[in-house]
Design a binder for this molecule. Sequence first.
Ligand code: 3PG
Length: 223
Amino acid sequence: MHDIFRRFRDVGIIPVIVMEHEEHAEKLADILCDNGLPCAEVTFRTEAAAKVIAAMVKHRPDMLVGAGTVLTVEEVDLAVASGAQFIVSPGLNPTVVQYCQEHNIPMAPGTQTPSEMEQAIGLGVDFVKFFPAEQSGGLNMIKAVAAPYGQLSFMPTGGINADNVQPYLQNDRIVACGGSWMVKESLMEAGNWKKIAKLVQEAADIVRKARGKDNLDKHLLAS
Ligand code: 3PG
């Protein structure tokens, strides 16, 4: 697995961000870093996405910042030129996967079914997003596919929240979970940064509780 994705395990929860206004980028980066989730998957669903990535990377060089909802190689180029350290997509597009591999860009394609997971393995991918997680069988589905596909690690995303994330984090094959619940667009639009900080802190606490030190040491020894 790429070193960048190994770092996902330490963070545990990857905030999935839909940001309309790039002027919010520095504020949110500070909140994420200062409250225990120093990472962002900035989705290419808004015009501002590339500028948000660039602003976060410049403002908080200590933060892991990547691009989500990346559907084309042009978006890969734009994301990387903006400073994105990783690429995530909702589905598996072999053209995008191979382009990232050729350019040594860490990439997690989305998979939902065993066939898509086999396609990922065939392309040499060892870390996939499982999307949309809750709607596709959640943790039980991951447990079921983990045995035949021993070479895959997972980042479930979609429908995950503070109430259901803990058991995902306790599963050995899950590197991190993606989720937008702590960085809701509506909260950012309303300027409710206090609430966002509280939700980020709460999420970071869940990661700490779910993954004790012993658990982390076990993963470090195994990697
Ligand atoms: C994604 O963009 O990966 C998902 O839409 C995030 O899902 P959530 O909003 O249910 O957390």
